[in-house]
Design a binder for this molecule. Structure first.
Ligand SMILES: Cc1cc2nc3c(=O)[nH]c(=O)nc-3n(C[C@H](O)[C@H](O)[C@H](O)COP(=O)(O)OP(=O)(O)OC[C@H]3O[C@@H](n4cnc5c(N)ncnc54)[C@H](O)[C@@H]3O)c2cc1C
Length: 550
């Protein structure tokens, strides 16, 4: 499709979707390298995309996973009804993320519109601010101040960030036009925060502090974004430009089906391996254990697992959260340059917590006779729950309520609480908003909760780059281009959410996995078809803009 917005840049305007869908495939590996082993550390979506594509090319991915396949696409079943899941990590996937959707479609997964605020899928929204509740079916039902905030945001994006212009270039897949606009924004905004943008944009100049506050609480599509206010404005530009806040869908049965599906999927066109081969079958059904050490051994890389077994590989891909490379995994220092270590270590993570309950049915759709409104709506509030989402699994199925999805300080407030305590706190908040609704009377089973920062294998939810971090992002992203690197640093690759330009979005993690596939194939002497150049073939021309260090 040539006429719709996709995540074509803005940093690296390469059409991953076209590369994936081209009949020539992602390239070919020389026959003497076919069957060579490649270690893939981490079985999240980045690791599984890479393992799947490396297998298709005729290499042998050897996947290591300390926990469970899926990583931050974790769909936790409720004990009493295991087909009903709580989406602990990624839960809504914008259609513009076409590389991720390539795999969602390949696996034939069913998807539905995500019930975001003020969208028909919700289908009603309550915004509760400073003790006042506003009920709306669409944005036009809200008091005028909300429209003023929304208009100012859109105007600011167009006036300051040339949003319409860059999106038009992204739709045309015009890499030079995208880069030209983006270069100026990187120069102007790498040092500045999201809050700075809201406070200083001319479109907000005539509006009050209250408008900025409402903007922080209600956000611009999926919820309040004030927790991102300290982050680099470039992070926010990317999300908006790529259309990630729009047209979002959830995966029926859970997003974990994507990495798990790739583990079990037998590709049609596969080099070297017998038809029917899967990543699972190359592993006798289970990944290898967690990794504890990575060292150089001559031209090979030595990977040690937590049971003390050591195996060597000509190439390895690391997809774990980058702080783990200096904490729980003993990685030989000379494997990365000091500049790359600086980037890996300075990367900043966002905290996030979610608390879920299962309810007997989607009772919230029933009309409260006293108010004439549904018993509950998608709810955005400045109270501690922040965002409450209602997942309708059908009238004859239990529903799921995301009682609270909160970031940063709001996530930290509940860090020390049990799932039960968090659920109580959230229910009390919702009872203060929905005075007549007996939420407790509908809950079945035990609540499920997550704080990603409390998990030793994640240490945070996703990257949230601070001002001045553009160079760090670029160092990590461009690491797959290894021709100029000293020999001792070659053969080890990085991918995943932390390496991505759009952290917190699985699409970006998939892009980095595909970059790594190109880099690893190249290491083995592999080449792409001239008709279907890969990311590394065009990186010198359209790769991310470089800012000087000195
Ligand atoms: C709360 C939350 C909400 C999100 N919402 C969305 C959303 O709505 N839409 C969206 O598109 N994206 C969303 N994301 C982002 C998305 O989930 C991530 O971009 C994506 O899942 C990252 O995949 P990954 O493979 O890069 O990393 P991960 O999934 O973290 O995979 C890394 C893997 O490495 C494993 N590991 C760690 N240490 C070791 C070791 N020593 N040895 C072996 N394995 C190890 C981990 O167990 C993990 O499985 C969200 C993420 C979070 C946390």
């Amino acid at each position: 499709m040539k006429d719709r917005l996709t995540a074509f840049g803005p940093d690296f305007p390469f059409a991953f979707d076209d590369w994936l869908e081209h009949p020539e495939g992602l390239g070919a590996i020389p026959s003497d390298a076919l069957g060579s082993e490649v270690a893939v550390v981490g079985a999240g979506v980045a690791g599984m995309v890479a393992a799947y594509e490396l297998m298709k090319l005729g290499l042998k991915p050897v996947v290591y996973e300390v926990g469970r396949i899926g990583g931050r696409l974790r769909s936790e079943p409720f004990d009493a009804a295991p087909h009903i899941v709580a989406e602990l990590g990624g839960m809504r996937f914008p259609k513009s993320g076409t590389a991720l959707w390539h795999y969602i479609d390949l696996l034939g997964l069913e998807t539905r519109d995500f019930p975001n605020p003020l969208t028909p899928a919700a289908p009603t929204t309550v915004i509760d601010l400073e003790g006042h509740s506003f009920f709306a079916e669409s944005a036009s039902d809200l008091p005028g101040v909300f429209a003023e905030v929304s208009d100012a945001w859109h105007r600011a994006l167009d006036e300051v960030a040339h949003l319409s212009e860059i999106q038009a270039a992204m739709i045309r897949k015009d890499s030079s036009a995208v880069r030209e606009i983006w270069q100026q924004l990187v120069d102007d905004w790498d040092d500045r925060t999201f809050y700075d943008f809201v406070a200083t944009s001319p479109a907000f100049a005539d509006l009050s502090f209250r408008h900025r506050e409402i903007f922080g609480q209600v956000g611009f599509g999926t919820g309040g974004w004030d927790s991102d206010f300290p982050n680099s404005m470039l992070e926010i530009f990317r999300v908006v430009m790529a259309g990630f806040e729009e047209d979002q869908h959830f995966i029926v049965g859970g997003a974990e089906q994507v990495p798990r599906g790739l583990w079990n999927h037998a590709p049609d066109n596969i080099a070297h391996w017998e038809p029917g081969t899967t990543v699972a079958s190359l592993h006798s059904g289970a990944p290898r254990p967690g990794v504890t050490g990575i060292r150089r051994a001559g031209s090979q890389l030595e990977i040690e697992d937590r049971w003390g077994q050591t195996r060597t590989y000509p190439a390895a891909l690391l997809t774990v959260q980058s702080w783990l490379l200096t904490t729980s995994i003993d990685v030989e220092e000379t494997l990365f340059s000091q500049k790359v270590w600086m980037a890996l270590d300075r990367t900043k993570y966002m905290q996030a917590s979610k608390t879920f309950v299962m309810v007997d049915r989607p009772f919230w759709k029933e009309i409260d006779p006293q108010t004439g409104r549904p018993k509950m709506s998608m709810t955005l509030t400045d109270r501690n729950t922040r965002g409450t989402y209602l997942i309708d699994n059908g009238d004859d199925e239990p529903g799921v309520i995301v009682l609270s999805y909160a970031w940063q300080a709001d996530a930290m407030k509940v860090l020390a609480m049990t799932a039960g305590e968090r659920a109580e706190l959230a229910i009390e908040t919702l009872e203060a908003i929905y005075l007549n609704t007996d939420l407790r009377g509908h809950i079945i089973g035990e609540p499920i909760t997550v704080s990603w920062e409390a998990d030793p294998h994640f240490l945070g939810a996703f990257k949230g780059a601070l001002p001045g971090h553009y160079r760090y992002n670029r160092r990590m992203h461009s690491h797959f281009m290894q021709a100029e690197m000293p020999a001792e640093q070659q053969g080890i690759f990085l991918a995943g959410d932390d390496v991505s330009w759009t952290p917190g979005w699985a699409e970006g993690a998939v892009h980095t996995a595909l970059n790594a596939v190109w880099g690893i194939a190249n290491t083995f002497g592999g080449r792409t078809s001239p008709d279907n150049p890969g990311p590394g073939d065009v990186y010198a021309d359209i790769g991310p803009i470089e800012l000087p260090d000195e």
